[in-house]
Design a protein. Structure first.
Length: 638
């Protein structure tokens, strides 16, 4: 398996050590200065030291040969041929690699997107819990003040405040109806708590895994994503640093590599080529890519770079650094400087001494064969050998995944907010909710899982590659998303609450039928709103909908399951069965959400146009006045 060993696991690997004249088996982390370590094929060099023996071949530095002329061994390299011993000179943080790792300033435990997802999840939980507490207070007051109207036999708590048994009986009668069924209070509280978005991180993680596998399957060289969110982070990368030293020189001098780096340039990246020795290789690549290896060259940032056509881009200078030679600490400093300037950095390295730069970068990338095992273990993405153009594929799928996650969160938030509004309003005014906890649990299941599959598998579009890299500071939920969420939630809450209060005035609509229609309309609104969520800003939500068959399958399965749920609920718990006219009414209520979404986006577009026109008009008539001038209105006399 590629990159099968993590750094911590390497520390736990066993090595043969001669200590005090005896042979011992110790873990790599237990090797001491002065130990004599036996090295054979596939062994990891456990420390820095001097080689004793004929020769060794290591995977580091393009199969470097260790012998009497070059006796120095450094921690992290892997023996690929030969055998011998090593006298340990330094271990742990005192090794060359350990000293470099001390300079790594920031290795985030969690990338921005998972942190934002957690924030959305916790915010929704807090909101749902707050509404639950509010409804609990309102319902308790209703039960206490209106207990005669609801024929409740609650004891008067004011007369016997110390009667624990009667207090418990009161709570029991609030929670349970006289016939033993769960009361409205319990249902309402359960409904709100069930409506909290516990499933979002799970479904999104599944989607990221799906896209990672689908994306990597496009690489014939068996690319591999070790960190699930690494490919997603690539959607925000603005600068790529490529260490050319460890890569195969014949391939680097070939035309295809020039095209690959050119493809990265066309995608809007800032490209930085660094080398430890062969500057001429960099010059060759630079010329083939349309880059000019000038130290005083103009640097074009991504936003400026996208203004040019493809042919112009190939003739423009993006960014190329020729440090003549570059030591590992320089690579680390380069990554740190780029990050301080606000760049999201991807580092392509292959040697063990590139590990600090790989760790410091937002995304560490290595090669399948050219990279050392330690380097692969420290990277987030492993790609096919020399296949640099595959980074563009990772970028495309990363942006697609991020966009799909936004679509899914919009759908989930709309459903949860609408459900909370319907439940809270109807419970406060009527004393019960028309949507039960089981029904809301069902809606969350079918929409979160099946609807999520439909949205999270939307394929990437070419338009994604024409946009600037996603900013890590950009909120996960944009203003356009909040606009869509609020408008749809208000629409769903309005029709449900209106039917709750006025539905039974329609001939043939009983209380049972009214509740079933409200629940059915609520679920169908989510089904049709799934189509709206495909486009966060565009009015045409049906564009390219044929490209994703899973979307149609998910919608069809939800509709079939919803019909089955209504019929089964009628048989098991005695809920109302709807006739075809009532079903059509529910479908119509769901389809109106399309018109509501179109009107909302048209209104927002018109408002933006008016705002721009007004701003342009104000700038046109704005006359700057000199601070020393003293203009006064002329006095007029009748």
């Amino acid at each position: 398996m590629l990159g099968k060993h993590k750094p911590f696991e390497l520390q736990r690997m066993m090595v043969d050590v001669i200590r005090g004249g005896c042979l011992h088996k110790v873990i790599i982390g237990g090797v001491l200065i002065g130990d004599l370590v036996r090295l054979e094929r596939d062994h990891i060099v456990p420390a820095d030291g001097l080689f004793i023996g004929e020769s060794l071949k290591l995977d580091d530095d393009l199969e470097s040969t260790i012998n009497e002329e070059n006796p120095f061994l450094f921690y992290g390299a892997k023996v690929i041929d030969g055998k011998g011993c090593m006298l340990v000179a330094s271990v742990g943080t005192n090794t060359r690699l350990g000293d470099l790792m001390k300079q790594v300033t920031h290795v985030p435990e969690k990338t921005p997107l998972p942190a934002q997802i957690d924030k959305v999840n916790k915010g929704t939980q807090i909101f749902g819990l707050s509404i639950s507490i509010l409804i609990l207070i309102v319902l308790f007051l209703r039960f206490m003040l209106l207990k005669e109207d609801i024929k409740s036999s609650l004891p008067d708590l004011k007369e016997k405040p110390n009667a624990i048994k009667e207090i418990m009986d009161a709570i029991d009668k609030i929670v349970m109806k006289p016939n033993g069924k769960i009361s409205t209070l319990t249902t309402s509280l359960a409904t709100l708590l069930v409506g909290v978005m516990e499933g979002i991180p799970f479904v999104i993680t599944l989607a990221i895994s799906y896209w990672n596998k689908k994306m990597m399957s496009e690489d014939s060289e068996q690319a591999f994503a070790q960190e699930p969110f690494a490919c997603l982070t690539m959607s925000s990368v603005t600068s790529i640093c490529i260490n050319t030293t460890g890569l195969c020189m014949p391939t680097l001098n070939s035309v295809p590599v020039g095209r690959e780096i050119g493809a990265l340039k066309n995608a809007g990246f800032n490209i930085t080529l660094v080398s430890e020795d062969n500057v001429s290789v960099l010059e060759t690549i630079a010329l083939k890519c349309g880059l000019l290896p000038c130290p005083n060259a103009m640097v074009l940032e991504g936003e400026e770079f996208l203004k040019f056509s493809n042919e112009e881009r190939m003739n423009k200078v993006d960014q190329i650094i020729l440090i003549g030679s570059s030591i590992p600490s320089d690579q680390l400093t380069l990554v740190q400087c780029l990050k301080k300037k606000g760049h999201i950095v991807a580092m392509v390295g292959v040697k063990t001494n590139a590990i600090p730069a790989l760790k410091e970068a937002d995304v560490g990338i290595t090669m399948r064969i050219c990279s050392t095992e330690m380097a692969r273990a420290s990277s987030g993405i492993i790609i096919g050998d020399e296949n640099l153009s595959f980074l563009v594929t990772i970028l495309r799928f990363g942006r697609c995944t991020f966009k799909n996650i936004q679509k899914y969160i919009q759908l989930e938030l709309t459903m949860n907010i609408a459900g909370l509004l319907i439940t809270s309003i109807t419970t406060m005014f009527c004393g019960y909710s028309p949507i039960t906890s089981i029904q809301l649990l069902w809606a969350n299941f079918v929409v979160s899982l099946l609807g999520g599959i439909g949205l999270l598998t939307e394929p990437p579009t070419e338009e994604l590659m024409e946009k600037l890299p996603l900013k890590q500071t950009k909120p996960l939920i944009t203003k356009a998303m909040w606009r869509n969420i609020v408008s749809q939630a208000l629409y769903q809450a309005t029709i449900s609450v209106a039917f709750q209060f006025k539905g039974q005035t329609i001939p043939g609509i009983s209380n049972k039928v009214s509740k079933t229609i409200i629940f059915n309309s609520f679920v169908l609104c989510q089904v049709f709103n799934q189509v709206n969520a495909r486009e966060l800003e565009k009015k045409n939500v049906f564009e390219s909908i044929h490209r994703n068959p899973l979307f149609w399958v998910s919608m069809g399965v939800i509709l079939i399951l919803q019909v089955a749920f209504i019929e089964i609920a009628h048989i098991i718990v005695g809920n109302a069965r709807l006739n075809w006219v009532q079903w059509f009414s529910c479908l119509l209520a769901g389809m109106v959400s399309w018109a509501s979404d179109w009107v909302t986006k048209c209104t927002a577009e018109l408002w933006n146009c008016l705002t721009r026109l007004l701003g342009s008009h104000l700038r046109t008539i704005n006359i700057p006045l000199d601070s020393t001038s003293n203009l006064e209105l002329p006095l007029t006399h009748p």
